[in-house]
Design a protein around this ligand. Structure first.
Ligand SMILES: Cc1cc2nc3c(=O)[nH]c(=O)nc-3n(C[C@H](O)[C@H](O)[C@H](O)COP(=O)(O)OP(=O)(O)OC[C@H]3O[C@@H](n4cnc5c(N)ncnc54)[C@H](O)[C@@H]3O)c2cc1C
Length: 401
């Protein structure tokens, strides 16, 4: 990332105006918000020299400062968010590429990622390895100039629309479970990759099962050091928690409250004192969440790598989603689960209510965030681990018996 120098007031204002001009033209209210729209927006952003603001120009970024990024985020708060579908590509895969990639890998992959000419996904979870990702069984075995991947990933968001995945696989089962893991860049169009979409409760199909059968991965697609994948995976999860927990964190905002307020007005429940009380709680919680996110951003701006504190924002997002669901059901009743054709409010509420369940699972469950906050932020005693010293192949995890 670029330096942390402070801009002059005039430069900051000029940049703010540049951002506002761009967003007025490209982030119009009512614009489509799917992946294709996100890609088109990102391409225009890159064309305007505003994509990947803090990444080096050599690797496709704009080479600007964290202060520029903060200004962009602040201005972007005034416009509809256009790139939600790229949060994994840009919030997780890109920083990991930047931190652990060789210069050659960065030159090869980052410019296309930044401009969304390619889409990337995160391939960690397996049927037997979710919260305990280090129990993963997908194997990568070296064969000449290539690695051979065999195994299965699950819940891989957007794999069916992605070009590349950042995957963790076991490269040495004789080492303890956290030690024999490596990270790779995998081409999802390679022979032997089979992607099966999973159907969701809201009718969508956003994530997938992905099967690897003798998939050949070039040796130079190893990302970072061999058998250092656990440390890198932990770094990626921290980027993930920051990305989820501090989304749109340029300023204080209350998007869930705004949605609920609109619904309460539309359904005539706005004068109900219980509803008003609940709305104020959401308002207060979202304000607090914005402040947590701003603190996280300030720490990043000061040059700190994302740490376990990112779990606070992530957990808080989940808590807000739970409360949102309760109040939405109170306000909209059955309309929060089903809607008549043409009932835009019902359709939107249903989508947000049904999707609220994922907030406490994706990116690490609430229980795991609480464990992290307990262990690593508050310094409480850790859970006793009984399986961290034994060779992975002797553990009874996943399908190993
Ligand atoms: C919408 C969505 C998108 C996702 N996208 C991706 C993706 O793109 N890439 C990817 O790799 N994965 C993805 N995931 C998977 C996600 O990371 C896992 O679902 C999550 O880490 C939990 O793992 P699990 O489902 O295997 O549950 P488990 O780990 O089996 O957990 C089951 C229950 O046990 C609890 N539990 C487990 N261990 C402990 C413990 N030590 N202490 C206390 N409680 C514990 C959990 O909190 C949970 O309640 C996604 C998930 C969702 C819902």
């Amino acid at each position: 990332m670029s330096d942390t120098t402070t801009l002059t007031t005039a430069d900051a204002e000029a940049f703010r105006e540049r951002c506002r001009e761009f967003l007025s033209e490209h982030a119009k209210p009512g614009a489509r918000r799917d992946l294709e729209a996100a890609r088109a927006f990102q391409a225009a952003l890159a064309e305007a020299g505003l994509a990947g603001l803090t990444y080096d120009t050599e690797f496709g970024g704009a080479g600007l400062t964290l202060e520029h990024e903060r200004i962009f985020r602040q201005v972007a708060q005034e416009f509809p968010a256009m790139t939600g579908e790229l949060v994994i590509s840009h919030g997780m895969c890109l920083p990991v590429l930047n931190e652990f990639g060789t210069d050659e890998q960065k030159r090869r992959y980052m410019p296309d990622n930044i401009a969304a000419r390619t889409v990337w996904c995160q391939m960690f979870s397996e049927p037997g390895a979710g919260s305990d990702v280090a129990s993963l069984q997908t194997r990568a075995d070296r064969d000449g100039d290539e690695w051979v991947l065999n195994g299965q990933k699950v819940w891989t968001t957007l794999a069916h629309r992605s070009d590349y995945g950042v995957i963790v696989a076991r490269t040495d089962p004789d080492q303890p479970k956290h030690a024999g893991i490596s990270m790779f860049i995998v081409d999802l169009k390679a022979p032997g990759v089979e992607i099966r979409p999973i159907h969701q409760i809201d009718g969508g199909s956003h994530f997938n099962e992905v099967f690897f059968t003798d998939v050949r991965v070039p040796a130079d697609n190893l990302l970072g050091e061999m058998n250092n994948g656990w440390r890198q995976a932990t770094a990626m999860l921290m980027y993930e928690r920051v990305a989820i927990g501090s989304m749109g964190s340029g300023a204080i905002s209350q998007p869930m409250y705004d949605l609920l307020l609109g619904a309460a007005k539309a359904t005539g429940r706005i004068d109900d004192p219980v509803v008003r009380d609940e709305l104020m709680k959401v308002y207060a919680m979202e304000t607090t969440k914005s402040l947590i996110a701003m603190r996280t951003r300030a720490e990043l701006k000061a040059g700190k790598a994302p740490g376990p504190g990112g779990s606070l924002g992530k957990l808080y997002s989940s808590v807000i989603s739970w409360r949102f669901r309760e109040i939405a059901m109170e306000i909209a009743g059955a309309g929060s689960q089903a809607w008549e054709p043409g009932d835009a409010l019902g359709q939107m509420m249903q989508s947000v209510v049904l999707n609220s369940f994922q907030a406490g699972i994706a990116g690490g469950t609430d229980e795991i965030q609480r464990n992290i906050i307990g262990d690593r932020v508050l310094g409480l005693p850790r859970d006793i681990s009984v399986d961290t010293k034994m060779p992975f192949r002797d553990l009874k995890v996943g399908t190993q018996r």
